[in-house]
Design a protein around this ligand. Structure first.
Ligand SMILES: Cc1cc2nc3c(=O)[nH]c(=O)nc-3n(C[C@H](O)[C@H](O)[C@H](O)COP(=O)(O)O)c2cc1C
Length: 275
């Protein structure tokens, strides 16, 4: 996939045509989902494709979407996962890969917040053991197609989320330019996030890029889901630019990282990308 291009042009679609997606496209998407690799390969996940969205959406009201406001769509994708350390980051990393593939197939998507996991499980008659971790609406966008000029969703500037060596230190534009990072950092800001809160902060320390998330009133689950999407975007864009990178995931304060970088304690260090 041409990740940079897809990422630059992606947008949440909340208005869908009332028709099913062609069978051949659905098959491509399902086949693709089966080959997606996670950040952690020992976590078992499943993608469930719900194709009777029109019937199911009345059941889903109140359980899915901001404050239970469902986005009406002909299809939904539900993702379940085993509950293991970092399972939420792993889930969103995989789900967003699938949603980018849907965009590549000219389909529209929108992440949906799961507000009532138990109720949803019952309504969808899910019997597998995993926890419902993510959900998205899927279909043909009404009116606007995904790859036309960008919409209204605003994004923070580079200076608000990228720090040089320590928390709060302004990034060095010359250094970012000379290392080819400027362009990459510009694109990753397009990542979707819960209520568009854009909770990510990046500290660049030599060959290390440390991902930190936080923000008032953002549920922990949403922060971790937002993290996985950002991890996917960073990894894919660097790889596409010919820079091999790999994530080291942090579960606790292994290297006194909060003190080293003056990271506020109410933020969470998610991981480090070695360039
Ligand atoms: C974890 C997560 C949950 C989301 N939940 C919802 C939702 O319930 N309803 C909705 O309309 N959009 C939802 N979104 C989409 C965001 O609102 C959207 O990505 C953000 O506003 C930026 O807009 P854009 O995707 O058009 O760039 C969610 C996004 C993420 C990452």
């Amino acid at each position: 996939m041409r990740y940079r291009w897809l990422i630059e042009n992606r947008i949440s679609v909340r208005d869908f045509r009332d028709i099913h997606v062609d069978k051949s496209k659905m098959i491509q998407l399902i086949n693709y989902s089966e080959g997606i690799k996670g950040l952690l390969e020992d976590i078992k996940v499943d993608f469930i494709f719900v194709s009777d969205g029109k019937i199911k959406r009345n059941l889903l009201k109140g359980k899915v979407g901001y404050k239970g406001h469902i986005v009406e769509a002909p299809h939904y994708i539900v993702m379940t996962s085993e509950e293991k350390p970092q399972y939420l980051q792993n889930a969103s990393y995989m789900m967003e890969e699938l949603l980018l593939k849907a965009n590549e197939l000219d389909l529209g998507t929108c992440w949906l917040t799961v507000e009532d996991e138990e109720g949803l499980r019952k309504d969808l008659e899910l019997t597998n053991a995993g926890k419902i971790v993510a959900m998205a609406a899927l279909g043909y966008p009404k009116g606007r197609v995904p790859f036309t000029p960008k919409s209204t969703s605003t994004r923070i500037s580079l200076y608000e989320f990228v720090y040089h060596e320590k928390w709060g230190e302004e990034p060095k534009e010359n250094e970012l330019e000379s290392r080819g990072l400027m362009n990459i950092l510009y694109h990753i800001r397009m990542a979707p996030s819960w209520k568009n809160q854009q909770p990510w902060r990046l500290i660049i320390d030599g060959e290390k890029l440390i991902l930190v998330v936080g923000g008032e009133e953002i549920p922990q689950k949403s922060l971790l889901l937002d993290s996985g999407i950002m991890m996917l975007y960073l990894e894919r864009i660097f790889n596409e630019a010919g820079i091999r990178v790999r994530w080291e995931l942090y579960d606790d304060d292994l290297e006194n990282i909060y003190e080293t970088y003056n990271i506020p304690k109410d933020y969470k260090v998610v991981g480090c990308l070695r360039l």
